[in-house]
Design a protein around this ligand. Structure first.
Ligand code: EPZ
Length: 443
């Protein structure tokens, strides 16, 4: 099985139903009339950052893997296209479910055209190399929020015996069979941990990964891999130990709810909520976010899989810094910043994970916010009255932040380039309208 997968004439069978989430068009904008109070119930979707590694993991077996609770977002569709490009047969996504079978490989290449649209495509590197013995994956290049190299992914695979070269913008990796090894991440990386954990499941011998990312998405991937027959201990902790297997089997797995989508609706409710229920989530994955909101004076009732939130009379400013899980997620930094523009006092926001994740500040300033950037910290003074404006989204979480600002602003805000938003959120306009907001998609 190792290195012997390539065969011509792969089977491509797929069905797509138009209902799988609104298909965004490049020129789509969201038009938001601010000042409406939110109330009612919103249902949280599956986690994008759990769905993507789970889909990549399908390459580790020739048997069918059925994935449930996949979010209706563009990145999931892109990852399915990457899998089909490699020769996997894909049924779905339909109703948030998909069945993937990578019985044989038609190619070992994840092309630039796909990887440039979604850097998480690099998650096929480990599984492809481990099962197929060869992987040619385009380097993702930098993105709006930072350089985001994958040097640790490569270093870890080389430690497992792979011959890895960077040529013509591609990672070219070969190994007749990976071998177990010890690798200590110099700093935490989420997809780095996921890539090496997946590769280790088919390696000869034991792999010991230390200083691992502890995100719930890493744990969810380990749950899927274990259901496929892998031997993994310690996911969610600092050290993960994997005993390699000859092969893995098919499985059925429902991905965890999206804690960042949950956090985004928590902030919306903290800004303009009059009793909002956020349902179908995993509160234990949001401890840092909930304690941040409580420090801002927001009252939050926590249920088994729900939050009940009510916006306070007055929001309280406080400092915050992003950190790897269980610290405050960088993917919630922009949303938190909007909240601080409406809070009484001065707050310092320190971005410790990515070097360029303040792209939303310029747009918030155009709406009347008072924010000063100094390197990787931003000082926010509030409360400031936000007024609606035409603004431009630059990345996924920045676009969510601008939608939240539009909800809190006076007048009309038009958020341009919402294709960024559609990459990781099920149609926000539909969910916000259910809560009483005035949001529509315009062209
Ligand atoms: C994951 O990205 C998430 N993406 C990101 O979510 C999230 O912001 C990030 O983790 C941090 O929580 C997915 O899970 C698909 P990292 P990832 O490797 O794995 C540096 C969203 O909005 N680094 O943990 O790419 C890196 O540049 C997205 O949904 C290296 O230098 O992030 C960064 O500064 C955005 N070399 C830091 O480590 C490497 O080889 C942490 O990045 C790897 C990472």
């Amino acid at each position: 099985m190792h290195g012997r997968g390539a065969a011509a004439g792969c089977i491509i069978a797929r069905r797509r139903d138009g209902a799988e989430g609104a298909r965004s068009r490049p020129m789509d904008k969201l038009r938001i009339e601010g000042g409406r109070r939110l109330s009612g119930r919103v249902e949280i979707a599956g986690a994008k950052n759990a769905a993507l590694p789970a889909l990549a993991a399908c390459l580790l077996t020739g048997e069918e893997v059925r994935l449930l609770n996949l979010p209706r977002v563009r990145d999931v569709r892109t990852m399915l296209r990457v899998l089909e490009q490699l020769g996997a047969s894909v049924m779905g996504p339909e109703g948030g479910h998909a069945t993937v079978q990578a019985e044989r490989f038609a190619s070992s290449e994840a092309p630039y055209d796909l990887v440039k649209t979604m850097r998480a495509s690099v998650l096929v590197l480990g599984p492809l190399l481990a099962r197929h013995g060869h992987a040619r994956v385009s380097l993702p290049g930098g993105c709006a929020i930072g350089e985001r190299p994958i040097d640790l992914h490569i270093e870890g695979l080389a430690q497992m015996g792979a011959d890895v070269r960077i040529e013509h913008g591609y990672v070219e990796a070969r190994a007749s069979r990976l071998r177990g090894a010890s690798y200590a991440f110099p700093f935490k990386t989420v997809t780095g941990t996921e890539n090496l954990m997946m590769a280790a499941t088919l390696a000869a011998g034991t792999t010991r990964l230390s200083n691992c990312a502890r995100e719930p998405e890493v744990v969810d991937l380990a749950v899927l891999l274990s259901a496929m027959g892998a031997s993994i201990r310690g996911a969610g902790g600092e050290e993960i130990v994997v005993e390699g297997r000859e092969s893995l089997r098919g499985a059925r797995h429902s991905v965890i709810p999206d804690r960042i989508e949950t956090g985004t609706y928590l902030v919306a409710s903290a800004l303009v909520g009059d009793g909002v229920e956020i349902a179908g989530c995993r509160p234990e994955h949001l401890e840092a976010v909930v304690s941040d909101l409580r420090r801002a004076g927001v009252s939050i009732d926590v249920g088994t899989d729900t939050f009940h939130v009510r916006a306070p009379q007055e929001l309280l400013a406080h400092d915050l810094e992003t950190a790897p899980y269980p610290g405050f997620p960088t993917d919630m930094q922009a949303q938190h910043m909007v909240l601080m523009t409406q809070a009484l006092g001065e707050s310092v926001v320190a971005e410790r994970i990515f070097e360029r994740r303040f792209m939303h500040v310029g747009e918030l300033l155009r709406m009347g916010a008072d924010i000063r950037i100094d390197g990787r910290t931003a000082t926010v003074v509030g409360p400031r009255r936000l007024t609606g404006a035409q603004v431009m989204a630059t990345d996924l979480r920045a676009s969510a932040c601008l939608v939240l600002a539009g909800l809190a602003a006076e007048g009309v805000t038009v958020v341009d380039r919402v294709y960024h938003l559609d990459r990781g959120y099920e149609p926000m306009e539909a969910k916000l309208r259910l809560l009483g907001a005035s949001v529509e998609r315009v062209r």
